[in-house]
Design a protein around this ligand. Structure first.
Ligand code: IPD
Ligand code: CA
Ligand code: CA
Length: 266
C-alpha cells in the first residue's frame, strides 16, 4: 500500500460512508413501513441495504479502481492490481432500521493481506463518524479518542450481540450471560455490532463480546480497527488477536480483557 493510496483512502471511505448514510437517513425518515425481503430465517434485507452498498462500492471504485470488495449484499469482488479488500456492511442493524429504532450504522473496513488497516463506522442519524487507521489512532470526527482508565467490574456496562431465531447458539449465550451478569453493572444488546464495538473504543461501553451470535466479518472488522486504535485489546475468545476466522470476539481495556475472558469461558 503506497503512501499516496493510504493518504487518499480514508477520505474516500468517509465519502462512501456519508453517501450510504444519506440513503439510510432518507429511508428512516420515509413514511410508512419499510419493505423487506428475507435472505434467511429472520435475516432481512431492504432496498436501502442494497442501495447503500452500491453507493459505497461506486464511491470507492471511482477513486481506487483496483481494490477488491467483500460486501454483505454483493459478496466478494476480487481485487485488480491491489492488495486491499474493502469489507462492507452497508446497514448494520437492519432489524432496528425496519422497526425505526434509531441505532444502526454504516461499517466499512479495509484489509491489507491479513491485516485490518482502516475502519469507519458512521451513524447517519447522529452524523457521527468514528474511524481509525492502524498505527495512526482512532477518531470521533476530527477528535482523537482513547480509552479511559478501567472501571471496577461492578461499574462496567458491557455490550454484546445475542443469537436469535435459528441464528447462533442460545445455550452458549445463556451460559456466558449467567456468568457475567451477576458481576457487572449492565449488559446491553442494542443491535448494531459495528457501533457497539466502536462505542467500546469511545468509552460508551466498557467492553464488548460476542460468541453465540456468530457474527460475520463485515459486522466487526471496522469496529475492531477503531477499538484497537483507541487502546482496547481485541481477540477472539481463544485469546487469538488475528484468527483466520473471527468466530467470536472480545473487546476490552487491556487490564480487564483476560479477566473477562476467564469469566466468559467458564
Ligand atoms: C446484525 C447486527 C446485530 C447482530 C446480528 C447481525 P445486520 O447485522 O450486527 O447487532 O446481533 O447478529 O446480523 O444483519 O443488521 O447487518
Ligand atoms: Ca451486520
Ligand atoms: Ca447489514
Amino acid at each position: 500500500m503506497t503512501a499516496s493510496i493510504t493518504a487518499g483512502l480514508i477520505d474516500t471511505l468517509h465519502q462512501a460512508a456519508r453517501a450510504a448514510g444519506e440513503i439510510l437517513y432518507e429511508g428512516y425518515q420515509a413514511e410508512g413501513s419499510i419493505d423487506f425481503e428475507c435472505k434467511g430465517s429472520s435475516d432481512f434485507v431492504t432496498h436501502y441495504d442494497r442501495a447503500a452498498e452500491h453507493a459505497i462500492i461506486e464511491t470507492i471504485r471511482r477513486a481506487h479502481p483496483d481494490v477488491g470488495f467483500l460486501g454483505e449484499e454483493t459478496g466478494a469482488t476480487p481485487a485488480g492490481d491491489s492488495d486491499l479488500t474493502v469489507i462492507i456492511d452497508p446497514l448494520d442493524g437492519t432489524n432496528n432500521f425496519l422497526h425505526r429504532v434509531p441505532h444502526f450504522s454504516v461499517s466499512i473496513a479495509v484489509r491489507k493481506g491479513e491485516a485490518l488497516t482502516h475502519g469507519v463506522v458512521y451513524q447517519p442519524l447522529l452524523d457521527e463518524m468514528l474511524w481509525a487507521i492502524r498505527g495512526q489512532g482512532a477518531y470521533q470526527g476530527s477528535q482523537r479518542i482513547s480509552v479511559l482508565p478501567a472501571r471496577p467490574l461492578t461499574e462496567m456496562l458491557v455490550g454484546t450481540c445475542l443469537p436469535y431465531h435459528e441464528k447462533g447458539d442460545c445455550a452458549m449465550s445463556q451460559r456466558q450471560l449467567s456468568s457475567l451478569m451477576p458481576r457487572v453493572a449492565g449488559i446491553r444488546s442494542p443491535g448494531s455490532a459495528a457501533l457497539e464495538i466502536a462505542y467500546t473504543g469511545l468509552g460508551r461501553f466498557d467492553a464488548f463480546w460476542s460468541q453465540g451470535a456468530r457474527l460475520d466479518l463485515w459486522d466487526i472488522a471496522a469496529g475492531i480497527v477503531i477499538a484497537r486504535e483507541a487502546g482496547c485489546k481485541v481477540t477472539d475468545l481463544s485469546c487469538n488477536p488475528n484468527p483466520a476466522e473471527w468466530n467470536s470476539v472480545l473487546v476490552a481495556k487491556p487490564e480487564q480483557h483476560d479477566k473477562l475472558l476467564r469469566i466468559l469461558s467458564k
